[in-house]
Write a protein that binds this ligand. Structure first.
Ligand code: GLU
Length: 316
């Protein structure tokens, strides 16, 4: 597809430069929910005269594969997405995460934790299914126990932010997450740390992503405050659910986006995002589809969701 269609940008507001991103986790092929995040983040960035960056969130290396990353890139390219700057791989950014953790250690913001999964078996669960840490090692490691992970002290932090789609979100971190892990027992850095360090380094001003990550956002904002980096603006897109109301994910074996037929998939994503593309767009080429989407995109039309996967109007 001609790249000039995608690089169409309105005039940038002087003094402000929007930088958005899409950050898939290459744990499997791109499914409809991820395509929705790609489409929403891309259109919001481009229609606001901004840059759109691409990052492979492969920090959790055992769950990720190069094959999945290549497949995601192939589908994105077939769909006509063009990103700014170099593709960032989290797996190559360990030094930056280690540096951030050292800064937090020096500031007394983190503590080593010896708890095993079994030690935490009786703990409460947060909304996203993670364990709310009961504080066992907060005042020091129990005698004879060795550090396995590093956790961030949340204290009595309360975080509130205005999401452009979901509205005002307020979170009491002690209840919602407790002291959360930054360096895991298996030696890998946690997603929460990686995403905050990467968004800050890329100077991301606006995060548009799926509402399945809404529960993480308060943690990420608190971590940004601890590290002294800016907080981007957030817009969480509705979650795509299957017929049983379950979030579409690689774990629920959501069908991969058919990269050989990008038109209907993109059109369905636009429909899901409340943009209501005309039925004839389903038969149009990718260039025409993007031209329509760029001319018509409005974030305020995006529903809060969650909602089941949509079909492209006109395709049955
Ligand atoms: N890598 C995350 C995912 O695929 C998204 C991270 C983000 O957008 O902050 O669920």
């Amino acid at each position: 597809m001609p790249r000039d269609v995608l690089s169409l940008r309105p005039m940038t507001t002087p003094g402000f430069s929007y930088r958005g991103r899409f950050a898939p986790s290459p744990t499997g092929p791109l499914h409809f929910g991820s395509l929705v995040a790609a489409v929403g983040s891309f259109l919001e960035a481009r229609t606001r005269g901004g840059e759109w960056h691409l990052r492979m969130d492969d920090v959790d290396t055992p769950r990720c594969s190069l094959a999945a990353a290549s497949e995601i890139l192939r589908v994105l390219e077939n769909c006509g997405f063009a990103w700014d700057g170099a593709l960032v791989w989290q797996s190559r950014r360990t030094a930056a995460y280690a540096d951030a953790l050292e800064r937090l250690k020096a500031a007394g913001r983190v503590f080593p934790c010896a708890c095993t999964r079994r030690d935490l078996a009786d703990s409460a669960f947060a909304a996203d299914g993670a364990v709310v840490y009961p504080g066992t090692c907060r005042q020091g490691l129990p005698a004879g126990r060795a550090a396995r992970a590093w956790r961030l002290r949340v204290g009595d932090a309360r975080v509130a932010f205005d999401d452009a789609i979901q509205g005002r979100i307020a979170s009491d971190l002690a209840v919602a997450a407790g002291d959360f892990v930054l360096l895991r027992a298996d030696g890998l850095f946690a997603y929460q740390l990686a995403v905050v360090v990467d968004d800050a380094e890329a100077a991301i001003t606006d995060v548009v992503r799926g509402a399945d990550l809404l529960a993480s956002t308060a943690r990420q904002i608190f971590l940004q405050q601890c590290l002294g980096v800016p907080t981007p603006a957030y817009a969480h897109l509705p979650v795509v659910v299957d017929a049983a109301g379950e979030k579409l994910s690689k774990q629920t074996r959501a069908a991969p986006v058919d990269g050989s037929r990008p038109g209907p998939a993109l059109c369905a994503a636009l429909e899901f995002l409340g943009q209501h593309p005309p039925a004839e767009l389903s038969r149009a080429g990718v260039a025409e589809l993007w031209a329509w989407a760029l001319a018509n995109w409005q974030l305020r039309r995006v529903p809060r969701g969650p909602a089941p996967m949509t079909e492209c109007p006109g395709v049955r």
